[in-house]
Ligand binder design. Structure first.
Ligand code: PEP
Length: 264
């Protein structure tokens, strides 16, 4: 069987409920001819859009996730959303440790770990984002930073919890902080591949040989110009796209381009 490739987008604090619904309807309609056996499509909208998002007509064609999650089931945590609440929406995945959570809201590796454990306890796929800052890259400590984020982030997750049967339930997004968002400079495919290899080796260290099966996605200024050279790299299993994905037609074009290059 062909190795799966993954395409997803985080809508951040963009799009109203109505805009999200239109985006999802358009995207699922445009991509409905693509065989989901070797392709995963996921979208991570705002919390307020989720109740309508899970009711879209083509729900089976897209995995839906939350951008963040509290680690306790309930309690005195004003402003937080718990795994139990997200479960009510029958979501598929929870994104944990996005660079903006870490660097704007000060989340630590330890807290990301609590969230990963809570996500797996409740059956969600945990999408852990990791990535070094520009300063850490300058200081030549990128590999150490990535290994720390992974080793702390996945602490106490046993290998069997990383899968549900054959389905990987731990996904990683490598998103160098200096490459993300407005003003970000995309990593070259060569550079990204070397860091994906570091991540891959660490996943094997943590989860044994099956660490090879866990998807590692690249994110950070992915666009139609660099998507093809990124997707063909051995350790890049998918693309996690921000700005270039928020127009459904453009995202569909990018996915088709990359899939074609990957021989699908
Ligand atoms: C992101 O913020 O996670 C991201 C990948 O954004 P962009 O593609 O816009 O750099």
């Amino acid at each position: 069987m062909l190795k799966k490739i993954y395409f997803g987008t985080n809508l951040k604090m963009y799009k109203t409920i109505k805009e999200t619904k239109v985006f999802l309807d358009t995207l699922t309609d445009l991509t409905k001819d693509m065989n989901r056996e070797d392709f995963e499509l996921f979208v991570i909208p705002s919390y307020t859009s989720l109740p309508d998002a899970v009711k879209i007509e083509n729900r089976g064609l897209v995995h839906l996730g939350a951008q963040n999650m509290g680690w306790e089931d309930e309690g005195q945590f004003t402003g937080e959303i718990s795994p139990v609440m997200l479960k009510e929406l029958a979501l598929d995945l929870v994104m944990i440790g996005h660079s903006e959570r870490r660097h704007v809201f000060g989340e630590t590796d330890e807290r990301e770990n609590w969230k990963v454990l809570a996500a797996r306890r409740h059956g969600f796929t945990a999408l852990l984002c990791v990535g070094e800052t520009g300063e850490e890259k300058e200081n030549n400590i990128s590999d150490e930073v990535l290994r720390t984020q992974l080793k702390v982030g996945f602490k106490d997750v046993p290998a069997e919890r990383a899968f549900d049967g054959d389905t990987p339930k731990i996904w990683v997004a490598y998103e160098p902080v200096w490459a993300i968002g407005v003003g970000g400079k995309p990593a070259s495919a060569e550079y990204a591949e070397t860091k994906h290899q570091v991540i891959r080796d660490c996943l094997v260290e943590l989860f044994g040989a099956r660490g090879e099966e866990l998807p590692v996605l690249y994110g950070g200024s992915v666009n139609p110009q660099n998507a093809e050279e990124l997707i063909v790299r051995r350790n890049i299993d998918g693309l996690f796209v921000g700005r270039s994905a928020w127009d459904a037609e453009k995202f569909n074009d990018l996915i088709r381009l990359a899939r074609k290059k990957a021989g699908r």
